[in-house]
Write a protein that binds this ligand. Structure first.
Ligand code: P6P
Length: 330
């Protein structure tokens, strides 16, 4: 069984800038994910579940594990001088990291949702980390600026997620397909368990919070009713965990689509473009799927603000196509 470390080394020559820097970055993410996995798995046993009295940039209650996960990835990436910039759902603004020795300039910025779905922690539902990596576009002898983070999703050099579920799995892409690695907790080693992942043909799972039905766009209401009609050639089924990484991963393995449309509470959609939609969209497309905001490709959106939200329809290509058509004609 190939380990994640071996896989990274074997494939690092795929990059035009194969300085080993991206490999070191992915290894730092691997290290942090093991620390977070350890805390998530014992959350019920120590006083680490539950909320802090802090709120993050979006005025969302910060769960203690959110804070821990953010610190773990920040430490792994910043203290090891592997990136020149770091942005997170848990940080108000991006963090510029100047390299101590000028000849060792780092060229990558990382954007992360350190613990997506954290409201599920106290009810023991799977949560995940989502990360997105870009090569900086500003001169390397200057501190990073917002422009380095506000790049189109199509410019990502890597993206992935870690799902802390019944097993802990790390999924990532660097633009050469999608591969999954499952953690052997006894050894603390990730092993290649899902090589060259692709969405199954003809998915039939739709994942959406129907509690918001009355506020959905007409096309989404029509799509949901279409899925529920009994004359369909493929009987659809509804599955919704309330944790994007869990729902997306199940759809990637079993075939389906995840929808988060505009709602009354989130008229621009709830999910964040930069560290949720873009990395998930990169993975979806690399696995033969699609990701749109109802009309345009997620990866083509020009970001304007670090924490901006957008609607997300992602997964099975034919199902995303159906959704876009229902939105276009209703
Ligand atoms: P709702 C978690 O807060 C999250 O960002 C995603 O992980 C998840 O899919 C979604 O929000 C759930 O939102 O409004 O259905 O509870």
């Amino acid at each position: 069984m190939k380990t994640l470390g071996e896989f990274i080394i074997e494939n690092q020559n795929q990059f035009e800038y194969s300085t080993g820097e991206l490999s070191r970055l992915l290894n730092a993410i691997r290290l942090a994910s093991k620390a977070v996995n350890h805390e998530v798995n014992k959350a019920g046993l120590v006083d680490i579940i539950g909320a802090t009295d802090q709120k993050n940039h979006s005025n969302e209650e910060q769960q203690k594990l959110d804070v821990y996960a953010n610190q773990a990835f920040k430490r792994a990436l910043i203290n090891r001088q592997i990136v020149c910039g770091f942005a997170s759902e848990e940080e108000d603004d991006f963090i510029a990291i100047s390299s101590e020795n000028d000849n060792k300039r780092n060229n990558y910025v990382v954007l992360i949702d350190p613990l997506d779905g954290s409201s599920n922690i106290d009810v023991n539902v799977s949560v995940g980390t989502i990360f997105s990596v870009y090569r900086r576009i500003t001169p390397s002898d200057q501190p990073v600026s917002a422009a380095d983070f506000l790049q189109k999703g199509a410019k990502q050099v890597a993206a992935g997620y870690i799902l802390y579920g019944t097993s802990t799995i790390l999924i990532y892409t660097t633009g050469y397909g999608v591969n999954g690695f499952t953690l052997n907790p006894a050894l603390g080693t990730f092993y290649l368990s899902h090589p060259n992942l692709k969405f199954p043909a003809a998915g039939n799972i739709y994942s959406i919070n129907e509690g918001n039905y009355v506020h959905f766009p007409q096309g989404i209401k029509k799509y949901i009713k279409y899925c529920q009609e009994d004359k369909n050639e493929r009987p659809y089924t509804a599955r919704y965990v309330g944790s994007l990484v869990s729902d997306f991963h199940r759809n990637l393995i079993s075939g389906g689509v995840y929808l988060y449309p505009p709602t009354l509470s989130y008229p621009d959609g709830k999910l964040r473009l930069l560290y949720e939609c873009n990395p998930i969209a990169f993975i979806a497309e690399q696995a033969g799927g699609a990701a749109t905001e109802g009309k345009n490709r997620i990866l083509d959106i020009s970001p304007e603000e670090l924490h901006q939200r957008c609607p997300l329809y992602c997964g099975d290509k034919s199902m995303v196509g159906d959704i876009d058509r229902f939105l276009k004609f209703n």
